[in-house]
Design a protein around this ligand. Sequence first.
Ligand SMILES: Nc1ncnc2c1ncn2[C@@H]1O[C@H](COP(=O)(O)OP(=O)(O)OP(=O)(O)O)[C@@H](O)[C@H]1O
Ligand SMILES: [Mg+2]
Length: 263
Amino acid sequence: MSDRLHHVVELRDVELEFPEKKVLDGVSLSVEPLDRLVIMGQSGSGKSTILRLILGILQPTAGRIFFKQFEISRLSRRKLQQARADIGMVYQYSALLSSLTVGENIALPLQELTRKSPAEIDRIVDEKLDLVDMVEAKKQMPAELSGGMRKRVSLARALVMEPELILFDEPSAGLDPVISSVIDELIISLSERSKVTSIIVTHEMESAFRIGTRMAMLYQGKIIADATPNEFRKSQDPVVQQFLSGSTEGPILEGSKDAVTSK
Ligand SMILES: Nc1ncnc2c1ncn2[C@@H]1O[C@H](COP(=O)(O)OP(=O)(O)OP(=O)(O)O)[C@@H](O)[C@H]1O
Ligand SMILES: [Mg+2]
Protein backbone atom coordinates (compact mmCIF):
# COMPACT_ATOMS: atom_id res chain seq x y z
CA MET A 1 0.00 0.00 0.00
CA SER A 2 1.40 3.41 -0.90
CA ASP A 3 1.47 6.24 1.61
CA ARG A 4 -0.86 8.35 -0.51
CA LEU A 5 -4.29 8.75 1.03
CA HIS A 6 -7.04 7.18 -0.99
CA HIS A 7 -10.75 7.62 -1.24
CA VAL A 8 -12.65 4.35 -1.19
CA VAL A 9 -14.04 5.24 -4.61
CA GLU A 10 -13.23 8.13 -6.87
CA LEU A 11 -14.63 9.02 -10.27
CA ARG A 12 -12.71 11.75 -12.11
CA ASP A 13 -14.40 13.45 -15.04
CA VAL A 14 -15.94 10.20 -16.19
CA GLU A 15 -17.69 10.11 -19.53
CA LEU A 16 -19.58 7.21 -20.98
CA GLU A 17 -20.93 7.21 -24.46
CA PHE A 18 -22.98 4.43 -25.99
CA PRO A 19 -23.39 4.45 -29.79
CA GLU A 20 -26.85 5.95 -29.38
CA LYS A 21 -26.11 8.51 -26.71
CA LYS A 22 -23.83 9.95 -24.10
CA VAL A 23 -24.99 8.80 -20.67
CA LEU A 24 -22.32 10.33 -18.42
CA ASP A 25 -20.78 13.65 -19.35
CA GLY A 26 -18.09 14.46 -16.80
CA VAL A 27 -19.07 12.77 -13.54
CA SER A 28 -16.78 13.39 -10.57
CA LEU A 29 -17.51 11.84 -7.20
CA SER A 30 -15.53 10.64 -4.26
CA VAL A 31 -16.61 8.31 -1.51
CA GLU A 32 -14.88 8.28 1.87
CA PRO A 33 -14.62 5.38 4.35
CA LEU A 34 -17.94 4.60 6.07
CA ASP A 35 -19.91 6.97 3.82
CA ARG A 36 -23.32 5.78 2.74
CA LEU A 37 -23.62 7.70 -0.49
CA VAL A 38 -27.05 7.71 -2.07
CA ILE A 39 -27.15 8.38 -5.81
CA MET A 40 -30.46 9.65 -7.10
CA GLY A 41 -31.71 10.49 -10.53
CA GLN A 42 -34.42 9.82 -13.05
CA SER A 43 -34.94 6.49 -14.68
CA GLY A 44 -32.39 6.16 -17.47
CA SER A 45 -30.09 8.86 -16.07
CA GLY A 46 -27.19 6.42 -15.66
CA LYS A 47 -27.26 5.34 -12.01
CA SER A 48 -26.82 1.61 -12.63
CA THR A 49 -24.21 2.52 -15.24
CA ILE A 50 -22.11 4.22 -12.52
CA LEU A 51 -22.22 1.02 -10.43
CA ARG A 52 -21.19 -1.07 -13.46
CA LEU A 53 -18.26 1.25 -14.09
CA ILE A 54 -17.09 0.91 -10.47
CA LEU A 55 -17.28 -2.88 -10.79
CA GLY A 56 -15.26 -2.72 -14.00
CA ILE A 57 -18.06 -4.36 -16.02
CA LEU A 58 -18.13 -1.26 -18.24
CA GLN A 59 -15.21 0.90 -19.35
CA PRO A 60 -15.48 4.70 -19.38
CA THR A 61 -15.11 6.52 -22.70
CA ALA A 62 -13.04 9.16 -20.86
CA GLY A 63 -11.98 9.89 -17.29
CA ARG A 64 -10.67 7.68 -14.51
CA ILE A 65 -12.20 5.41 -11.89
CA PHE A 66 -10.44 4.37 -8.72
CA PHE A 67 -11.28 1.82 -6.04
CA LYS A 68 -8.81 2.45 -3.21
CA GLN A 69 -5.37 2.52 -4.84
CA PHE A 70 -6.53 0.63 -7.93
CA GLU A 71 -7.46 2.30 -11.16
CA ILE A 72 -10.29 -0.03 -12.10
CA SER A 73 -10.19 0.48 -15.84
CA ARG A 74 -6.45 -0.22 -16.01
CA LEU A 75 -6.30 -3.49 -14.12
CA SER A 76 -5.50 -6.80 -15.73
CA ARG A 77 -8.32 -9.32 -15.60
CA ARG A 78 -6.68 -11.10 -12.66
CA LYS A 79 -6.13 -7.93 -10.65
CA LEU A 80 -9.68 -6.84 -11.39
CA GLN A 81 -10.94 -10.15 -9.97
CA GLN A 82 -8.94 -9.47 -6.82
CA ALA A 83 -10.24 -5.92 -6.46
CA ARG A 84 -13.81 -7.11 -7.05
CA ALA A 85 -13.55 -9.56 -4.18
CA ASP A 86 -13.52 -6.48 -1.94
CA ILE A 87 -16.72 -5.12 -3.48
CA GLY A 88 -20.13 -6.59 -2.64
CA MET A 89 -23.03 -6.02 -4.99
CA VAL A 90 -26.73 -6.25 -4.21
CA TYR A 91 -28.66 -6.38 -7.46
CA GLN A 92 -32.07 -4.88 -7.98
CA TYR A 93 -33.81 -8.24 -8.27
CA SER A 94 -31.63 -10.20 -5.85
CA ALA A 95 -30.08 -12.36 -8.61
CA LEU A 96 -29.90 -15.56 -6.55
CA LEU A 97 -29.28 -18.81 -8.42
CA SER A 98 -32.60 -20.62 -8.49
CA SER A 99 -31.09 -24.13 -8.58
CA LEU A 100 -29.14 -23.64 -5.34
CA THR A 101 -30.40 -23.42 -1.76
CA VAL A 102 -30.02 -20.19 0.18
CA GLY A 103 -26.97 -21.58 2.00
CA GLU A 104 -25.36 -22.74 -1.26
CA ASN A 105 -25.95 -19.34 -2.87
CA ILE A 106 -24.13 -17.62 -0.03
CA ALA A 107 -21.32 -20.19 0.01
CA LEU A 108 -20.62 -19.81 -3.71
CA PRO A 109 -18.25 -16.78 -3.64
CA LEU A 110 -16.25 -18.43 -0.86
CA GLN A 111 -15.97 -21.68 -2.81
CA GLU A 112 -14.97 -19.92 -6.01
CA LEU A 113 -12.65 -17.23 -4.67
CA THR A 114 -11.07 -18.63 -1.49
CA ARG A 115 -9.36 -21.80 -0.29
CA LYS A 116 -11.41 -22.08 2.88
CA SER A 117 -12.44 -25.55 4.07
CA PRO A 118 -16.09 -26.67 3.77
CA ALA A 119 -16.46 -26.43 7.56
CA GLU A 120 -15.09 -22.91 7.63
CA ILE A 121 -17.36 -21.90 4.73
CA ASP A 122 -20.36 -23.34 6.53
CA ARG A 123 -19.51 -21.37 9.65
CA ILE A 124 -19.28 -18.12 7.66
CA VAL A 125 -22.57 -18.84 5.86
CA ASP A 126 -24.31 -19.32 9.23
CA GLU A 127 -22.78 -16.15 10.58
CA LYS A 128 -23.93 -14.03 7.61
CA LEU A 129 -27.41 -15.59 7.62
CA ASP A 130 -27.64 -14.72 11.30
CA LEU A 131 -26.75 -11.08 10.55
CA VAL A 132 -29.81 -10.78 8.30
CA ASP A 133 -31.98 -12.98 10.53
CA MET A 134 -32.43 -15.72 7.93
CA VAL A 135 -30.81 -18.75 9.57
CA GLU A 136 -34.01 -20.80 9.25
CA ALA A 137 -34.04 -20.37 5.47
CA LYS A 138 -30.62 -21.93 4.91
CA LYS A 139 -31.95 -25.12 3.26
CA GLN A 140 -34.75 -23.42 1.33
CA MET A 141 -34.76 -22.62 -2.37
CA PRO A 142 -34.92 -18.95 -3.46
CA ALA A 143 -38.32 -19.55 -5.15
CA GLU A 144 -39.79 -20.46 -1.75
CA LEU A 145 -38.95 -17.03 -0.31
CA SER A 146 -40.75 -13.69 -0.43
CA GLY A 147 -39.12 -10.70 -2.16
CA GLY A 148 -38.04 -9.22 1.18
CA MET A 149 -36.50 -12.52 2.30
CA ARG A 150 -34.64 -12.87 -1.01
CA LYS A 151 -33.30 -9.35 -0.53
CA ARG A 152 -32.00 -10.31 2.93
CA VAL A 153 -30.29 -13.34 1.46
CA SER A 154 -28.66 -11.22 -1.24
CA LEU A 155 -27.43 -8.87 1.50
CA ALA A 156 -25.88 -11.84 3.29
CA ARG A 157 -24.26 -12.94 0.03
CA ALA A 158 -22.82 -9.45 -0.54
CA LEU A 159 -21.23 -9.59 2.94
CA VAL A 160 -19.69 -13.02 2.65
CA MET A 161 -16.29 -11.90 1.36
CA GLU A 162 -16.08 -9.18 4.05
CA PRO A 163 -16.05 -6.44 1.40
CA GLU A 164 -14.88 -2.91 2.07
CA LEU A 165 -17.50 -1.51 -0.26
CA ILE A 166 -21.06 -2.58 -1.02
CA LEU A 167 -23.03 -1.33 -4.00
CA PHE A 168 -26.81 -1.48 -3.76
CA ASP A 169 -28.95 -1.05 -6.87
CA GLU A 170 -32.48 -0.04 -5.82
CA PRO A 171 -32.49 -2.12 -2.62
CA SER A 172 -36.18 -1.55 -1.94
CA ALA A 173 -37.46 -2.01 -5.49
CA GLY A 174 -40.61 -4.11 -5.51
CA LEU A 175 -40.95 -4.28 -1.72
CA ASP A 176 -43.84 -2.94 0.33
CA PRO A 177 -43.16 0.20 2.42
CA VAL A 178 -42.80 -1.67 5.73
CA ILE A 179 -40.41 -4.26 4.34
CA SER A 180 -38.42 -1.57 2.57
CA SER A 181 -37.93 0.29 5.87
CA VAL A 182 -36.76 -2.98 7.40
CA ILE A 183 -34.25 -3.41 4.56
CA ASP A 184 -33.11 0.21 4.96
CA GLU A 185 -32.52 -0.34 8.69
CA LEU A 186 -30.62 -3.51 7.88
CA ILE A 187 -28.40 -1.65 5.39
CA ILE A 188 -27.58 0.94 8.06
CA SER A 189 -26.91 -1.56 10.84
CA LEU A 190 -24.82 -3.86 8.64
CA SER A 191 -22.78 -0.93 7.32
CA GLU A 192 -22.09 0.25 10.83
CA ARG A 193 -21.43 -3.16 12.32
CA SER A 194 -19.25 -4.45 9.49
CA LYS A 195 -17.51 -1.07 8.99
CA VAL A 196 -18.27 -1.05 5.32
CA THR A 197 -18.65 1.86 2.92
CA SER A 198 -21.68 1.83 0.68
CA ILE A 199 -23.15 3.37 -2.45
CA ILE A 200 -26.90 3.09 -2.74
CA VAL A 201 -28.82 3.84 -5.92
CA THR A 202 -32.47 4.64 -5.33
CA HIS A 203 -35.22 6.89 -6.48
CA GLU A 204 -37.23 6.49 -3.32
CA MET A 205 -36.86 9.71 -1.37
CA GLU A 206 -37.84 8.33 2.02
CA SER A 207 -35.28 5.56 1.74
CA ALA A 208 -32.66 7.98 0.51
CA PHE A 209 -33.03 10.25 3.52
CA ARG A 210 -33.19 7.33 5.91
CA ILE A 211 -30.05 5.61 4.66
CA GLY A 212 -27.79 8.33 3.28
CA THR A 213 -24.98 10.11 5.04
CA ARG A 214 -24.46 11.88 1.71
CA MET A 215 -26.63 12.38 -1.31
CA ALA A 216 -25.72 12.96 -4.94
CA MET A 217 -28.07 13.78 -7.76
CA LEU A 218 -27.33 12.74 -11.34
CA TYR A 219 -28.99 14.81 -14.03
CA GLN A 220 -28.22 15.04 -17.73
CA GLY A 221 -24.95 13.21 -17.34
CA LYS A 222 -23.59 15.27 -14.45
CA ILE A 223 -23.69 15.30 -10.67
CA ILE A 224 -25.66 18.48 -10.03
CA ALA A 225 -25.78 18.19 -6.24
CA ASP A 226 -23.57 16.39 -3.71
CA ALA A 227 -24.35 17.23 -0.10
CA THR A 228 -25.42 16.01 3.33
CA PRO A 229 -29.11 15.09 3.58
CA ASN A 230 -29.82 18.35 5.43
CA GLU A 231 -28.11 20.52 2.86
CA PHE A 232 -29.72 18.52 0.09
CA ARG A 233 -33.20 19.13 1.47
CA LYS A 234 -32.51 22.87 1.49
CA SER A 235 -31.04 22.96 -2.02
CA GLN A 236 -32.33 25.78 -4.21
CA ASP A 237 -31.50 23.88 -7.40
CA PRO A 238 -34.77 23.63 -9.38
CA VAL A 239 -34.04 20.05 -10.49
CA VAL A 240 -33.34 18.91 -6.92
CA GLN A 241 -36.42 20.78 -5.71
CA GLN A 242 -38.58 19.10 -8.30
CA PHE A 243 -37.16 15.68 -7.52
CA LEU A 244 -37.81 16.18 -3.81
CA SER A 245 -41.38 17.34 -4.30
CA GLY A 246 -42.21 14.89 -7.09
CA SER A 247 -43.87 17.77 -8.92
CA THR A 248 -44.63 17.55 -12.62
CA GLU A 249 -43.81 21.25 -12.95
CA GLY A 250 -40.14 22.09 -13.43
CA PRO A 251 -37.09 21.47 -15.55
CA ILE A 252 -37.17 17.68 -15.41
CA LEU A 253 -40.04 17.08 -17.82
CA GLU A 254 -39.19 20.09 -19.95
CA GLY A 255 -35.76 18.74 -20.74
CA SER A 256 -35.19 15.47 -22.52
CA LYS A 257 -36.04 12.43 -20.42
CA ASP A 258 -32.87 10.91 -21.74
CA ALA A 259 -29.57 11.36 -19.94
CA VAL A 260 -27.72 13.55 -22.41
CA THR A 261 -28.57 13.92 -26.05
CA SER A 262 -25.89 12.89 -28.47
CA LYS A 263 -23.99 15.53 -30.30
N1 LIG B 1 -25.10 -1.61 -22.69
C1 LIG B 1 -25.79 -0.53 -23.10
N2 LIG B 1 -25.83 -0.17 -24.40
C2 LIG B 1 -26.50 0.93 -24.81
N3 LIG B 1 -27.17 1.75 -23.98
C3 LIG B 1 -27.19 1.44 -22.67
C4 LIG B 1 -26.50 0.29 -22.14
N4 LIG B 1 -26.67 0.24 -20.80
C5 LIG B 1 -27.44 1.31 -20.50
N5 LIG B 1 -27.75 2.02 -21.60
C6 LIG B 1 -28.53 3.27 -21.64
O1 LIG B 1 -27.95 4.17 -20.74
C7 LIG B 1 -28.92 4.91 -20.04
C8 LIG B 1 -28.70 4.78 -18.55
O2 LIG B 1 -29.00 3.47 -18.12
P1 LIG B 1 -28.99 3.03 -16.59
O3 LIG B 1 -29.39 1.61 -16.54
O4 LIG B 1 -27.68 3.40 -16.00
O5 LIG B 1 -30.13 3.98 -15.98
P2 LIG B 1 -30.66 4.08 -14.48
O6 LIG B 1 -30.42 5.48 -14.03
O7 LIG B 1 -30.10 2.99 -13.67
O8 LIG B 1 -32.23 3.88 -14.70
P3 LIG B 1 -33.34 3.09 -13.79
O9 LIG B 1 -33.67 4.02 -12.66
O10 LIG B 1 -34.49 2.94 -14.73
O11 LIG B 1 -32.73 1.79 -13.36
C9 LIG B 1 -30.27 4.38 -20.51
O12 LIG B 1 -30.79 5.28 -21.44
C10 LIG B 1 -29.95 3.07 -21.14
O13 LIG B 1 -30.82 2.82 -22.22
MG1 LIG C 1 -30.90 1.24 -12.84
